[in-house]
Design a binder for this molecule. Structure first.
Ligand SMILES: [Zn+2]
Length: 401
């Protein structure tokens, strides 16, 4: 009987996820078109939904620079679920997905997903826990602290807000929402990890208990949804216990917590596809919790996920002729290049900066742009390890393929 039930619910969940995926463009928070936005912009997007009473917005404290951090509360159910995003200021993918989710609730009030979630759950959402960092699009807080290493010392006001919220409401479930390096790969493959999941450990031996096990089931439910769309791009995040991190501690304090790390996708530097996947996975899984389906999830779906690995560069130029300097002969090399972005808070524009990160036989690595440039000649002055290389030069080499 139970197998029949779980198969039936798995099918229903997958159909539901497909439906949300297909109608996403109709309900998403469409003014959000860049992953770099300030708290003021976010509030401007949330205001109409607040006016419609989709949620109640309550201040829960102030950032180091005095920005008011608010919690959104919605739903009348008994199961409290706390979701927080962007404790790292430059990790905004899930914030966008949360806005999409709220927009879905406002646009589809009669939908089964909306009704179940709002009837059964008490949702507490803190989007953008680090607004000072978001202002600069930087990881750390304005006090230069990584707040995900501040769960014990609580030296930042932002960390104290999260701890106090957890202690006040004692949520049954927690969603700790981040972005990871978009160049993580999945296990021994060269596939990008588009989303990595983790039910964080609460002790050194990574044991299970009645708090972590339900978290693993939530992670399994998320994984099953994501694998519908990106079967080869879901991984497990490093599960070592970090005694100062929030996920690990919130698990220890009694809230079944899952970490979602949004990674990369080919051709999606703005992470709009990853945002969509986040939104669909969150909605479907929250529905699963509301409909008491999540507890039947197969933990193995989570446990069998391959771990994150680092086998990807942004660009590999293969078989270039490198003349490193005047005293050595030229030789054939592959050149690994990563592209990062330098954000200017004044203009709120980001500039792409390319850096040479590896030179030699790179057959063990993959890349988003993996190009054979056989015959292209480069010299040591322009291709130097750990040095920048002008984007124009990278583009001209890419054209040589
Ligand atoms: Zn993070």
């Amino acid at each position: 009987m139970s197998t029949v039930l779980s198969t039936a619910s798995a099918q229903t969940n997958s159909a539901l996820a497909r439906e949300l995926f297909d109608k996403y463009e109709n309900f998403k928070m469409s003014p959000v078109t860049s992953r770099r936005f300030s708290q003021a912009e976010m509030i401007k997007w949330l205001d109409p939904l607040r006016d419609q009473k989709v949620f109640v917005m309550t201040p829960v404290g102030r950032s180091a620079e005095g920005r008011t951090i608010s919690m959104l509360k919605l739903g009348t159910g008994k199961t409290t679920v706390l979701l927080w995003s962007q404790m790292h200021g430059d990790e905004s993918t899930a914030t966008m997905a949360l806005l999409d989710m709220l927009k879905f609730f406002s646009q589809e009030p009669g939908h089964l997903v909306t009704r179940s979630i709002l009837d059964k759950l008490n949702l507490l959402i803190i989007p953008m826990l680090n607004p000072d960092g978001a202002e600069r699009f930087q990881r750390r807080t304005a006090q230069s602290i990584d707040m995900n290493r501040d769960a014990l010392a609580l030296r930042t006001p932002e960390a104290r807000i999260l701890k106090e919220t957890r202690d006040t409401y004692r949520p049954q479930f927690g969603f700790n929402l981040h972005d990871q390096d978009p160049r993580y790969s999945v296990g021994e493959t060269r596939n990008v990890s588009t989303i990595a999941l983790l039910a964080p450990a609460f002790d050194e031996t990574r044991s299970d208990n009645s708090v972590r096990l339900p978290a693993k089931k939530v992670a399994a439910s998320l994984a099953a949804v994501l694998q519908e769309f990106i079967p080869n791009n879901v991984s497990k995040y490093d599960d070592a216990f970090e005694q100062r991190a929030f996920g690990d501690n919130i698990q220890k304090w009694g809230t079944s917590t899952v970490l979602i790390e949004s990674g990369g996708w080919p051709g999606d530097r703005e992470k709009m596809f990853v945002r969509k996947l986040n939104c669909v996975a969150l909605l479907t899984t929250l529905y699963g919790i509301a409909a008491d389906r999540c507890e039947h999830a197969d933990v193995k779906v989570y446990e069998q996920l391959p771990f994150n690995t680092k086998y990807l560069y942004d660009i590999i130029l293969r078989n270039a002729q490198l003349k490193a300097n005047d005293t050595v002969p030229s030789t054939t090399v592959d050149i690994g290049i990563n592209i990062d972005e330098e954000f200017n808070p004044k203009t709120r524009q980001a500039k792409q900066v390319a850096k040479v990160v590896d030179i030699g036989d790179l057959r063990t690595f993959g890349a988003f742009q993996d190009v054979d440039v056989r015959g292209a000649v480069v010299v040591g002055a322009e291709v130097k390890l750990d040095q920048q290389i002008p984007m124009e030069r990278v583009n001209s080499l890419l054209r040589k393929k």
